[in-house]
Design a protein around this ligand. Structure first.
Ligand SMILES: *Cc1c(COP(=O)(O)O)cnc(C)c1O
Length: 376
């Protein structure tokens, strides 16, 4: 068996130790005589698995009991609708504001517009001059001082890591910085969840599809301040109403049991590595290695404004685009897989999530150096 260095943007690499443990426990979970997939979601074994996953995640994020932790279905895309259906009626006016920094936040905004009066608070969808250089659309983050948030908005939404463009917002704004008191942040953190310290206590809600950095596809993690719950529009499906899901500890109806189990193993793996702080140290080392190499090369280039660069998703282009196919073919032969960029951006993208070790990034940089030597 030969496992590849997997740079997929999602579903993406999982820790090998987690996959091995799941394989060992596949037929008989902890002497229960059945697989996790075969258990009742209301039986004591699965209740233990689910509650431990919630507890471990709370510890990793350091969230207080003011927040509910939910395991939902439908991915972050469904959450784009579930969020306004649950929250936009919160303050009566039916208004919500969105910051646009790339394709995912644009999708969130478009979906939310079906449910109310939705405004763009700021957008990086145009060219701008920054640090004496022209930045292309979606390669920068509008400064927080320019975000125009309406006082009557039920919430302010942004995507804290644009998986396609490789643009990250790590320092989340406070109410004071935004100049509004009661407009809670709602953050799509799918692709950098658990990769670094994120201040959940500054938000009303954070959500993340697990398949980027926290587990397999099929489960979406929602961390929501309890006072945000209970304002759903009448059209909200019961299974997506946080007021139904929260009191039942994500077991209002059958949750994605196996996906929750694997995500729970990932949480335990992160704890064993030293928690989110250890992940962050490793992710700094990995991303500095890759960006450092890109910035010193005339052969490859990352287009994102340096302070907004994602530690998780690193898009890059070759100076000579006609070499793209040769680059990808050679990468595959070197055991480096899923490096092709998103079709809308072109070029390459290396997603270097928690489960992608430093060794993988070293192998990637070695390959890139070798390719440059042969073709540069
Ligand atoms: C992948 C992704 C989504 C969409 O997730 P689905 O599970 O496919 O719905 C939304 N937002 C971000 C930031 C993502 O990376």
């Amino acid at each position: 068996m030969a496992r590849l260095w997997n740079f997929s943007a999602g579903p993406s690499a999982l820790p090998e130790a987690v996959l091995r443990q799941a394989a060992e426990e596949m037929l008989d979970w902890h002497g229960s005589g059945v697989s996790v997939m075969e258990m009742s979601h209301r039986g004591k074994h699965f209740v233990q698995i689910c509650d431990e996953a919630e507890q471990d995640l709370r510890e990793l994020l350091g969230v207080s009991d003011d927040y509910a932790v939910l395991f939902m279905q439908g991915g972050a895309t469904a959450e784009n609708a579930i969020v306004p259906m649950n929250l936009i009626g919160r303050r009566g006016a039916g208004a919500a504001d969105y910051v646009l920094t790339g394709q995912w936040s644009v999708k969130s905004h478009k979906e939310a517009a079906k449910y109310g009066d939705v405004h763009v608070a700021a957008s990086s969808g145009s060219e701008t001059e920054l640090d004496g250089k022209t930045q292309k659309p979606w390669t920068w983050v509008p400064p927080v001082e320019t975000w125009k948030v309406r006082k009557n908005a039920a919430y302010l939404h942004f995507c804290s890591n644009e998986t396609i463009g490789g643009v990250e917002i790590a320092d989340w704004p406070t109410a004071g910085q935004l100049g509004v008191d009661d407009v809670p942040l709602v953050v799509d953190a799918s692709s950098h969840f658990l990769s670094r310290h994120l201040d959940v206590s500054r938000t009303g809600m954070v959500y993340a599809g697990a398949q980027k950095n926290a587990g397999p596809a099929g489960v979406t993690v929602v961390v929501i301040r309890r006072d945000m719950i209970g304002h759903a529009l009448p059209i909200c499906p019961s299974a997506f109403d946080y007021a139904n899901v929260a009191p039942e500890h994500s077991r209002f109806n059958t949750p994605p049991t196996y996906a929750i189990y694997i995500a729970g193993l990932v949480f335990k793996w992160i704890k064993a590595q030293g928690g989110v702080a250890a992940m962050e140290r490793m992710n700094i080392a990995k991303s500095e290695l890759l960006y450092g190499y890109l910035d010193n090369s005339g052969f490859y280039r990352n287009p994102v404004h340096a302070p907004a660069r994602s530690r998780m998703n690193v898009p890059f282009v070759l100076a000579d685009e006609s070499l793209n196919d040769a680059f990808l073919k050679g990468a595959d032969e070197a055991g480096l897989t899923q490096l092709k960029g998103h079709k809308s951006v072109g070029g390459m993208r290396a997603s270097i999530y928690n489960a992608v070790p430093l060794e993988a990034v070293q192998a990637l940089v070695a390959y890139m150096q070798d390719f440059e030597r042969r073709h540069g």
